[in-house]
Design a protein around this ligand. Structure first.
Ligand code: UDP
Ligand code: MG
Length: 221
């Protein structure tokens, strides 16, 4: 059984296409699956699209948060409900292409408990690319654990890795750091990060700064 957990914040412009592409990939894999869409307090029509998908497709489950809590908390909430033997975490704006998932699951079949995605090409504006690059390299210097460079939250976890992650009491979760901290057999796979398929970016500068701070505070010695 495969679970896919996806945070959604005002993504009405991409949700139908995300669902279509992800479902095509999961059907082709041929294992039972569930798609857990986490509504992070969207103010557009995302929630009605999600409810509609849930009504039409028994594989779709919806977790709806009472307000906007942010990406990391939305993912954590979704992970609490995931029942799969393997759980994928991915964004809903199609920057994480669903088509690469089969290669992730192949690595799991080889025995890896954590397979994380390494971003090769970011199709972002230059300043943002530089900021990301500096952040990850600085964190690597300051962190007392091995946080892989340029890997975001896009990954597949085994049930054991997920249960370990969920047993941790952190509230301000920097998931990509905790994921490294738990140990187990881990490997990275490179992929080209696509452009956001539609709609505006939802990670504001303030939210990004908070994420970076959580990373530094939680993992630097
Ligand atoms: N997101 C969320 N809550 C937020 C901000 C973003 O659930 O407060 C979701 C958003 O819908 C998307 C993912 O997190 O699926 C990443 O957000 P975005 O694409 O805006 O950021 P970036 O690609 O720059 O990381
Ligand atoms: Mg994005």
């Amino acid at each position: 059984m495969i679970s896919v957990v996806t945070p959604v914040y005002n993504e009405e412009a991409v949700l139908p296409e995300f669902y279509r592409r992800l479902t095509a990939v999961l059907k082709a894999i041929g294992e039972p699956y569930e798609i857990i869409l986490v509504n992070d307090g969207s103010k557009d029509s995302s929630i009605s699209i999600m409810k509609d998908l849930c009504g039409r497709d028994a594989c779709v489950k919806v977790v709806s948060l009472s307000r906007n809590f942010g990406h990391q908390i939305a993912i954590s909430a979704g992970l609490d409900y995931a029942t799969g033997d393997f759980v994928a975490i991915m964004d809903s704006d199609l920057q994480d292409p669903p088509e690469v998932l089969p290669s992730f699951f192949k690595k799991c079949a080889e025995g890896y408990e954590v397979v994380y995605a390494i971003r090769m090409n970011r199709k972002e504006w230059v300043l943002k690319k530089v900021a990301y690059s500096v952040f990850y390299r600085l964190l690597k210097k300051m962190a007392n654990i091995d946080i892989p460079l340029d890997s975001g939250d896009f990954c597949v976890l085994s049930r054991r890795a997920l249960d370990t992650l969920l047993s941790m009491p952190e509230k301000n979760r920097f998931l990509r750091g905790l994921r490294g901290w738990i140990g187990l057999a881990q490997t990275g796979l490179e992929y080209d990060r696509d452009k956001r398929s539609a709609g505006e970016v939802k990670y504001t500068l303030t939210k990004l700064m908070k994420l970076a701070l959580d990373g530094f505070i939680s993992f630097s010695y």
